[in-house]
Design a protein around this ligand. Structure first.
Ligand code: NAP
Length: 232
């Protein structure tokens, strides 16, 4: 699916990967609904880009996820593309994971993408198809001490995403995963708890690289796109 003229929802558009993808999609001529909590950031971005609806949304609140999708459908007459990008890390050893922290991160990294997919699916069916991109993490493909709780939320998202892909294939809705590695964003300063101990060998890549991967997933409908190919 090409982005030009399409109604595209981007969650977590106030910084990092979501902001980079919003800029890319605007250049391609998409009609954008941008969602996150920080209204000032969203409105500043919306003021720079054409054809943008900024919807202040706390994605941990189910009614606000529904309201985001409804606002996009009302403004742009439907939804063609959903990018479930918003997410938060929880980088503590297993022994120290607190359930209230895990619950908060599960609500954002798993429940919110699920609810958003459920809300857009009937709208996409009505248009004969659509594209959904769920942003995961390459931490699901390795075992890294200290980030098990975060990785668990993304592994759950990957399973849900793959199953939605199979269930909706007949409706023309392509559900894809984008699987970034360490990216230079605010992510590691915005962890729910803990800290990032990447070590000197980890070279973060720019969020624009992940934005390109999201574009590719939308255009090709591939099951998985890695901004940086995994080592063989
Ligand atoms: N950076 C990395 O190294 C890396 C690596 C692999 C995967 N990822 C994944 O990439 C995605 C984007 O992260 P990023 O790197 O761009 O980090 P980021 O700069 O911290 O962006 C996170 C976005 O999520 C939004 N968000 C957080 N809590 C929210 C809530 N309750 N409701 C609505 N929006 C919320 C934030 O906006 P507000 O604060 O304004 O709400 C922000 O726009 C995440 O899913 C992350 O897990 C990142």
């Amino acid at each position: 699916m090409e982005l030009a003229g399409k109604s595209v929802i981007v969650t977590g558009a106030s910084s990092g990967i979501g902001e980079a993808f919003a800029r890319l999609a605007a250049r391609e001529g998409a009609r954008l609904t941008l969602a996150s909590r920080r209204t000032d950031r969203l409105e500043a971005l919306a003021a720079e880009l054409p054809d943008v609806l900024a919807v202040t949304t706390d994605l941990r609140v189910p009614e606000q996820v529904d309201a985001m999708v409804a606002a996009a459908a009302e403004r742009f007459g439907g939804v063609d593309v959903l990018v479930n990008n918003a997410g938060q890390g929880l980088h503590v050893p297993v022994e120290d994971v607190r359930l209230d922290d895990l619950q908060a991160v599960v609500e954002l990294n798993l429940y919110a993408p699920l609810l958003a997919m459920q809300a857009v699916a009937p709208l996409m069916r009505a248009r004969g198809g659509g594209a959904i991109v769920n942003v995961s993490s390459n931490t699901t493909r390795m075992t890294i001490p200290g980030i098990g709780a975060y990785s668990a939320t993304k592994s759950a998202l990957e399973q849900l995403s793959a199953t939605a892909r199979a269930e909706w294939a007949g409706a023309g809705i392509a559900v894809s995963l984008v699987v970034p590695s360490v990216t230079a964003t605010e992510f590691h300063q915005a962890l729910r708890a803990g800290s990032f101990r990447g070590g000197g060998h980890v070279q973060p890549h720019p969020p624009e690289l992940v934005a390109e991967a999201i574009r590719r997933a939308i255009e090709t409908g591939e099951a998985e796109v890695f901004p940086v190919p995994p080592a063989a």
